[in-house]
Ligand binder design. Structure first.
Ligand code: GDP
Ligand code: MN
Length: 394
């Protein structure tokens, strides 16, 4: 799960990371009042969207008076911001963060992410932080220094010193920087983050070290133990179908292909997507209906898949383990009737009572094709979708 910058800063501040004073706002009047309240010569008005790259897209603006804050806020609120992270559709700005301006001497990069190779969180630091970090990662990856965070011992003092050196920090500034690193590492583990990034971490002209930007992503599987983080959830920033799916306990991720997939089990769902791709089709979604999928879940899953206008065919691939195949077949038939399914449907069942399940499908009045292997199922649905699209174009 993602949260906004100002929320990430609240969390990091709790762990001792210094952040500039700031006030979240949802109107131009609030932004003007926030400027006055901060009592600073310069403030920064920042668009709050669940994506980075705002600076280059005009979503971060310096202002020097309450009136200027109002004007800038008016211009940003309701605007669609397109950054390199939003995709071409962009994101509508609904919230702003007005922050005390900082006198930047240096912009550094500091982040923690889970590293699959070292099987642990890894802290990354670069002396050249700021808005071009993606470019640096591609062109000169060696400029990003990495330290593995020990799962039990945490990050150790010698590692902090190495990171400080990589950031070209010394003296009191290095001490402050190492404290930020320690806090960031602790926050990452304690809050079950998947990413914790401060870009830029700045050194001010007076030698302070501050998190000027902050981005925290959380492992959704651990949210049950972080009610405070769940309270930060902003449904405006999430995909509508994905929210709907989560209400029914379905794991749904929207993709941009044309073959809707309904599968039980995440591993099988991944394999199904791979085989669809292998056979020349493109999956429209990842959907795991769970091990104990019942008729309601199958019906809801159909509705969610079909709400996607790009879907030109559906592949159901279900293994009857906890659920028996005949129960699943009944669910699929009832659901297909209820949603008035108008696109080709291919069903592959395997597992307990598979014979009864297949017979139920074949004898039903719902137009569908059955398949006995995943290969066959994927081939069939890809062929049906191709045929339908050829018909459509003539
Ligand atoms: P992002 O582009 O979405 O990552 O947004 P950031 O919060 O990182 O801001 C982008 C850039 O705006 C930073 O790299 C800074 O150069 C600049 N910026 C942000 N806050 C301030 C500030 O208080 N003072 C000055 N001078 N520049 C700032
Ligand atoms: Mn940034």
């Amino acid at each position: 799960m993602k949260i906004h910058e100002y929320q990430s800063k609240q969390v990091l501040a709790r762990f001792g990371v210094p952040v500039p004073d700031g006030i979240p706002c949802t109107s131009a009047d609030q932004a003007a009042a926030a400027f006055t309240k901060l009592g600073a010569q310069v403030a920064v008005v920042k668009a709050q969207i669940h994506a980075g790259g705002r600076g280059k897209a005009g979503g971060v603006k310096l202002v020097r008076s309450a009136e200027e804050a109002r004007t800038v806020a008016k211009g940003l609120l309701g605007k669609t911001l397109v950054t390199h992270q939003t995709g071409p559709a962009g994101r509508v700005v609904k919230q702003l963060y007005v922050e005390r301006g900082s006198d930047i001497a240096r912009e550094l990069y500091l982040a923690v992410a889970v590293d699959r190779v070292s099987l642990a969180p890894v802290m990354m630091a670069a002396a050249e932080g700021g808005m071009d970090i993606e470019e640096l990662a591609v062109k000169r990856p060696s400029a990003i220094h990495k330290e593995r965070i020990h799962p039990i011992k945490g990050i150790l003092p010698y590692q902090l010193r190495r990171l400080a050196k990589a950031l070209e920090l010394s003296g009191e500034t290095a001490r402050r920087g190492m404290k930020v690193m320690q806090s960031l590492a602790q926050a990452f583990v304690a809050m079950d983050c998947s990413i914790a990034e401060i870009n830029p971490l700045i050194v001010t002209k007076s030698g302070d070290v501050l998190a000027l930007d902050a981005k925290l992503n959380f492992d959704s599987n651990a949210l049950y133990r972080h009610e405070d983080v769940l309270a930060f959830r902003d449904l405006d920033e999430e995909d509508e179908e994905e929210i709907e799916a989560s209400k029914f306990g379905l794991n749904y991720i929207a993709l941009d292909g044309e073959i809707g997939c309904m599968v039980n089990g995440a591993g099988l769902a991944m394999a199904t997507m791979d085989v669809i791709q292998l056979k020349g089709g493109r999956p429209a979604n990842f959907l795991d209906v769970g091990g104990g999928a019942n008729k309601e879940q199958v019906t809801n899953a159909f509705k969610i898949i079909l709400a996607d206008k790009n879907v030109k065919g559906v592949l159901v691939n279900i293994f009857g383990g906890i659920m028996k195949c005949d129960t699943i077949a009944e669910g699929v038939i009832a659901a297909a009737r209820e949603v008035h399914l108008a696109v080709p449907l291919v069903v592959r069942l395997e597992g307990t009572n598979v014979e009864i399940g297949r017979r139920l499908l074949q004898e039903s009045d719902v137009r569908l094709e059955t398949a006995s292997s995943l290969d066959e199922a994927a081939e069939k649905v890809v062929a049906l979708v191709e045929k339908a699209s050829k018909k459509g174009s003539h």
